[in-house]
Design a protein around this ligand. Structure first.
Ligand code: EZ4
Ligand code: CO
Length: 403
């Protein structure tokens, strides 16, 4: 019988920190999974290294679901971002191995492609409206069919989604977490103004998205949704902190703007109520933070019953391994909605050799056996772990607000 003969954790920082689990079988096949949890990287690395890797040795790598259940039920302590990111890394590495053994890309093992490619949204931002319009234009010119628009808010020093110094998508920084100020009133007044100019300038022939990043109360989110209805958003994301799931009922009663949530969820239990009560339109759980391909597929099967579509988180702090894994899932589920694409920062490509393609706004994971990403350990060793934190938000009175 083929067994797992080695499992090791690899940490690197080619532009940003990534934690990768590499599993090797007794007949020499390797698979990799993403174990990155932005700003808390070493907790997952330790969970794997100290508690999971030793348990994997000697197990049959073909038993993906059985190993998943063993790690989930066997820990006794269930769910949570650290546990579920660690289990996800094992799950994706085992799917990678299964694909390589079968000589098939993972999407073929998942039932094959139900679409030609995966619609991804690009990220547009600006320090002011003209800059935002330039950026939207640049993204549409590159062929994207969907764009997320985030602009700075006059009077607010730093705003989520508007990168400092042009490093698109980079948010974490060294030292203590940076502090960003927040002002809900200014934000609520400003967003409809810039969305109006985006639609005036570029029309309605593409999908327009926006990430609120958990900052509003339910009634404020309802107001924002209403004020954006004319611009026919594809979704507004994370309108409120989603621990309070009943809040979505209030938002929904007031607006027809579609709602997306779930990037900080890590299990099907976090999604169940919102899906079965039809309080959301898109569920944004990712492969790497919600238990891997196996668990994400269960979430999406539940969602399919209730007309909720996928909208997977795809920020640059999810490594190319989990982004590729997401493309395999997206290609193979009927209720795919949209995939976030925040391009990884160079020199990520020195470490992660990918096979995905982008053409005409659609991405495809490629047809290499497995996930289609190879990890160059020699190159990775050149980029030492660099501790970083995501920012925190405060209001004018110094109290902490959701970031
Ligand atoms: O802030 O992944 O939709 N994307 C996002 C991301 C998150 C980061 C946090 O690490 O909200 O940019
Ligand atoms: Co988001």
């Amino acid at each position: 019988m083929t067994t797992i003969s080695d499992a090791k954790v690899l940490i690197t920082c080619p532009g940003r920190n990534y934690v990768t689990l590499k599993i090797t079988t007794s007949d020499g096949v390797t698979g990799i999974g993403d174990a990155t949890l932005n700003g808390r990287e070493l907790s997952v690395a330790s969970y794997l290294r100290d508690h999971v890797c030793p348990l994997l040795l000697g197990k049959d790598p073909s038993c993906i679901e059985r190993i998943w259940q063993y790690l989930y039920k066997g820990a006794y302590w269930r769910r949570g971002p650290v546990t579920m990111t660690a289990i996800a890394a094992v799950d994706v590495a085992l799917w990678d191995i299964k694909g390589k053994q079968a000589g098939l890309p993972v999407y073929q093992l998942l039932g094959g492609a139900v679409r030609d490619g995966v619609t991804v949204y690009g990220q547009a931002s600006g320090e002011d409206i003209p800059q935002l319009l330039d950026d939207v234009g640049r993204i549409l010119d590159r062929g994207f069919r969907a764009v997320r628009a985030q602009a700075a808010v006059p009077g607010v020093e730093r705003v989520y989604g508007v990168p400092d110094g042009g490093r698109t998508g980079e948010q974490a920084g060294g030292g203590r977490p940076s502090v960003e100020g927040w002002d809900t009133g200014r934000y609520l007044n400003w967003v409809p103004r810039y969305m109006a100019t985006v639609r005036q300038e570029f029309g309605h022939g593409f999908h327009l998205l926006h990430d609120v990043h958990h900052r509003l109360t339910p009634i404020e989110a309802a107001h924002l949704g209403k004020s954006l209805e004319l611009f026919r958003m594809f979704w507004i994301e994370d309108p409120t902190p989603a621990e309070d799931q009943e809040a979505f009922r209030l938002i929904r009663q007031h607006t027809t703007t579609p709602l997306a949530v779930g990037e900080v969820f890590n299990s099907i239990w976090d999604c169940q109520y919102l899906i079965t009560e039809r309080l959301i339109d898109y569920i944004r759980t990712s492969v790497s933070h919600a238990g891997g391909i196996s668990h994400l597929r269960k979430i999406l099967s539940l969602a399919e019953l209730y007309g909720v579509r996928s909208g997977a988180h795809g920020a640059g702090d999810l490594s190319p391994v989990s982004f590729a894994a997401a493309l395999h899932v997206d290609l193979s589920v009927q209720n795919f909605g949209m995939q976030e694409y925040m391009e990884h920062l160079p020199p990520y490509q020195d470490v992660f050799k990918t096979t995905w393609t982008f053409e005409d706004g659609l991405m495809h994971p490629g047809d290499a056996p497995g996930i289609g990403v190879e990890y160059d350990e020699e190159a990775a060793a050149r980029f030492a772990y660099d501790p970083k934190y995501l920012p925190v938000n405060t209001l004018a009175d110094g109290s902490v607000h959701d970031w």
